[in-house]
Write a protein that binds this ligand. Structure first.
Ligand code: NDP
Length: 403
């Protein structure tokens, strides 16, 4: 019997719940916990209707460590799958340490008042987790998550040494709204408006947000898209764990319409993360904006099209240079038919379930705090094919994202 607790009942939490229910041989009992229990109840109802699996639900404020510890001690799950927001990461890690529960998340800890996307706060827990005999798996979503695995898999099977990495995240989906984000709007907008950092010759180089773009044609007729270089948290861990990398960049596709909206919102101050006084109340503009935008969990039925996310790696094998591209293509409507979600939450929730499965099956379980690429990619990649995110790998004759 292996009991897990999913914390967070947003778009990603819903997918993780469905996917755990599909693998009941590993996840024999699942408790759904979140700030708004009605959202857990709605997910539990959907999961039961689709799979027949019943899940209990419970209200918790994960930022309240004593409350979280009491819940974990009462429920005694083996693992917490944290798919609340990055602000909760350290609080949930503290609670897991106190209650003796393993931990997994899909995004690095973020302080509320600064957009950083850095791992050092969580890496600082290495000794505590190791001494407690507990494991914390960081960033088990798609990017970070699957992209770390793709890089590790390519490095393991195709190269003696890897030199250049381009992670390319294309969302060719259309939800029909003038402006909406595909996952938590606050985190999404923080990420996109942050200045760009990429790895070049042993250090991170900073450039203005969205200042470098290129055209990228996805394989398998997904289409050609404008992609923009931006900072993404897996660059920090991948350049640390693959020190032979001379250059590492992350690219994401955006429509001109999305960028125009974002520019205007930024210009009028709506994407700010500093509190402002309004009618005697302190309001954080980006949190107010989040309130106005469509809930990402509601985009499922409306979103059509495909995502194509993958890694292009250049390196050396047997003294010769080569280029390998490993990618997954995911169809928004197929995801909706399976788990009532669009592909962004789906592509995050499936690797979260698989990461948890790797831990619970003992394939990855070891005390300490780990990024994905520090673990064997093979069993994870095998499970991606089995659980809804099949991937392909091809060798390219040439590759350039220079305009
Ligand atoms: P949502 O905003 O849809 O859901 C977040 C959930 O967390 C909500 O149910 C929210 O509760 C709950 N929550 C927030 N604060 C607390 C708290 N203090 N205690 C308990 N529950 C809380 O976000 P998403 O589902 O889109 O994203 C979930 C996570 O996945 C985020 O960390 C995001 O960064 C990450 N992510 C990772 C990706 C990857 O590829 N690695 C891609 C996409 C997302 P309430 O309903 O009350 O607001």
């Amino acid at each position: 019997m292996t009991k897990v607790m999913i914390v967070g009942a947003g778009g990603v939490g819903g997918v993780v719940a469905h996917k755990c229910a599909q693998v009941a041989s590993v996840f024999s009992e699942v408790v759904l916990a979140s700030r708004t229990v009605a959202k857990c109840d709605a997910i539990a109802k959907q999961v039961e209707a689709k799979t027949g699996v019943k899940m209990r639900t419970v209200q918790v404020d994960a930022d309240n460590v004593p409350e979280m510890v009491a819940l974990l001690k009462k429920e005694a799950p083996k693992l917490v799958i944290n798919v609340a927001l990055p602000y909760q990461d350290l609080h949930i890690m503290d609670a897991c340490l106190e209650a003796g529960v393993h931990y997994l998340d899909t995004a690095n800890y973020e302080p509320l008042d600064t957009a950083k996307f850095e791992y050092h706060w969580q890496w600082a827990y290495q000794d505590k987790f190791e001494q407690a005999g507990l494991m914390a798996l960081l960033g088990s979503g798609f990017d970070p998550g699957a992209t770390n695995m793709f890089t590790a898999y390519i490095a393991k099977h195709y190269f003696d040494e890897i030199h250049e990495l381009d992670i390319i995240d294309v969302n060719g989906g259309d939800h029909g709204y003038p402006f909406a984000t595909n996952f938590n709007p606050e985190i999404n907008i923080r990420e996109v408006t942050a200045e760009c950092r990429h790895w070049e010759n042993g250090e991170f180089v900073t450039t203005d947000a969205m200042s470098k773009s290129a055209k990228f044609t996805c394989p398998d007729s997904v289409g050609t898209f404008d992609i923009y270089r931006m900072y993404h948290e897996e660059l920090e861990s991948l350049t640390k764990h693959f020190p032979t990398l001379k250059r590492a960049q992350f690219w994401m596709s955006f429509s001109q319409n999305y960028l125009n909206h974002l520019e205007v919102l930024g210009n009028v101050g709506m994407t700010g993360i500093e509190p402002v006084e309004f009618n005697g109340q302190s309001i954080v503009p980006i949190q107010f904006l989040r309130q106005l935008l469509p809930d990402p969990a509601s985009l499922g039925p409306r979103t059509k099209g495909k995502t194509c996310i993958g890694c292009v790696v250049r390196g050396i094998k047997d003294g010769k240079e080569k280029i390998v591209y490993l990618y997954n293509i995911c169809d928004h409507q197929e995801c909706y038919a399976e788990v009532e979600s669009q592909a962004i939450s789906y592509t995050t929730g499936v690797p979260a379930m698989i990461g948890a499965k790797m831990m619970l099956e003992g394939k990855w379980m070891k005390p300490g705090v780990w990024n994905m690429e520090q673990l064997d990619p093979d069993p994870f990649m095998e499970d991606m094919n089995k659980h809804g995110l099949p991937w392909k790998v091809i060798e390219l004759d040439s590759f350039s994202l220079e305009k």
